[in-house]
Design a protein around this ligand. Structure first.
Ligand code: ARG
Length: 462
């Protein structure tokens, strides 16, 4: 079979069962453009090392360019006899430029350094696409926050009413992790960029006087691997990418869970736009948050990609092992999943309609102003231990009487503690409560406006 890259020492060809197990073209063919780009750079260093004449280099480059056009046009593809994308492209190159010239290109490289390089280039490209999509989502959250400055809602811990907060504050709390995810992708990219493995050969480096730095520069890297074994065997770059992808999945999923809750009759905090929600085949009244549910579901999938990949890596001796062929499908899947999920999720968030009246109505309920009572007492000179007890007593009294904190009479307040003078009423409003939390990072309207401006600077920087 002309697509095989080995065979000289074998008396018989591979069994069909082995070929079926070994074949990876159904998932690695998408690396074909990256393989051809690297081959072009490789022809350059072979020429620089005196291993290809000018004419041979030009003929090879022209052949590779023709092949790239055919691949892009879908005119050529892998054959069942091809083991992987590298073998398939060599077979096609030989058909393009002849066996004599085409056979020269493989000198000084191995599929081990080829695949380690190409996966890096592929992931670097998609990291940029994903970062842009994450930024879009963060910007849409910032826009929603901007439109609702001033609106209040019940802030929760343990899913129980805790303290009132601004809706904008809550929305921005989802945007900051996304900004960090983008920073993670950038940090990751700088690390990967410094480590081009091309020229590492099978594991030990090349004896042919080829310059790995030249190939690295041509492929957009900032440097080449310091250690050829590490260059061909390390996949921490893939695992780290899978982690950042999983973290993005988790960050989106946490938001998704809230959208799902908020869209219930019981919460009634949001209405989903018709174009970004789904119906039921039997219940005509239904409007379902499928995008959010799929986001929550896909998070499990991208976490699985990370854990699966790490399980593959955990006991591999140096250097290359064929197990490493299993590195591609998980990261490809994480890329494909996020690239479809993020635009849909962003569209859903952009078109969410908030019922701010409903949120405002619920904000003071569940005695969410009890902390404000305690802190007011502290400002009056009461030790917090005592203040906490007094405020707790107020809640107990309210529960007995079936009223809210601000409905306690002056007499009832004084009965609980002489220190509870009518002055406490100044903090028994949601507006007073949020306005009082005015240190950096707090939910006071002025601080949230500053926070929004700060986030926008961070997002613009990315
Ligand atoms: N297709 C392999 C992979 O994806 C690269 C080929 C290396 N094969 C080998 N026998 N050294 O990792």
């Amino acid at each position: 079979n002309t697509g095989s890259l080995w065979g000289g020492r074998f008396a018989s060809g591979p069994s069909p069962q082995l070929e079926a197990l070994s074949r990876s073209t159904h998932f690695d063919w998408r690396l074909a453009p990256y393989d051809l780009q690297a081959s072009r750079a490789h022809a350059g260093v072979l020429h620089a090392a005196g291993l290809l004449s000018d004419a041979d280099r030009d003929a090879l480059v022209a052949g590779l360019d023709r092949l790239r056009a055919k691949v892009a046009a879908g005119e050529v593809s892998a054959d069942p006899g091809d083991e992987d994308v590298h073998g398939a492209l060599e077979r096609l190159l030989l058909a393009e430029v002849g066996a004599e010239l085409g056979g020269r290109l493989r000198a000084g490289r191995s599929r081990n350094d080829q695949i380690a390089t190409q996966l890096r280039v592929f992931l670097r490209e998609h990291a940029r696409t994903i970062a842009a999509a994450v930024l879009d989502l963060a910007e849409v959250l910032a826009t929603q926050a901007d439109h609702h400055l001033g609106a209040v809602m019940p802030g929760r811990t343990h899913l129980q009413h805790a303290q009132p907060v601004l809706l904008s504050h809550h929305l921005l709390a989802h945007a900051w992790p996304l900004a960090r995810d983008v920073a993670r992708l950038r940090d990751w990219d700088a690390r990967v960029a410094a480590d081009s493995p091309y020229g590492s050969g099978a594991l030990a480096g090349s004896s042919l006087g080829l310059d790995p730095e030249a190939v690295a520069a041509e492929l957009g890297f900032t440097g080449s691997a310091a250690n050829s074994i590490d260059g061909t065997a390390a996949r921490d770059f893939a695992a780290e990418f899978a982690f950042v992808a999983a973290q993005i999945g988790v960050d989106v999923s946490r938001m998704a869970e809230e959208v799902i809750l908020w869209a219930t009759k019981e919460f009634g905090f949001v209405r989903l736009h018709d174009s970004w929600s789904t119906g039921s085949s039997i219940m005509p009244q239904k409007k379902n948050p499928d995008i959010a549910e799929l986001a929550r579901g896909k998070a499990g999938r991208v976490i699985g990609n990370l854990t699966g990949l790490m399980a593959t890596l955990k006991a591999l001796p140096l250097a290359y092992n064929r197990d490493l062929q299993e590195d591609k499908e998980p990261v490809f899947d994480s890329v494909d999943t996020l690239e479809v999920l993020l635009p849909a999720f962003t569209g859903m968030v952009a078109t969410l309609e908030f019922d701010t009246a409903r949120m405002a109505e619920l904000a003071p309920q569940g005695f969410s102003l009890a902390t404000d009572v305690a802190e007011w007492l502290v400002r009056e000179g009461v030790p917090f231990r005592v203040a906490h007890e007094v405020a707790g007593e107020c809640v107990r009294r309210c529960e007995q009487l079936g009223v809210e904190l601000d409905e306690l009479t002056d007499d009832q307040l004084a009965e609980i503690s002489p220190q509870l003078t009518p002055g406490v009423r100044s903090v028994l409003t949601v507006e007073g409560s949020v306005a009082s939390r005015d240190a950096r990072g707090g939910t006071a309207p002025a601080r949230v406006s500053e926070q929004l401006a700060e986030l926008r600077v961070v997002l613009a920087d990315h």
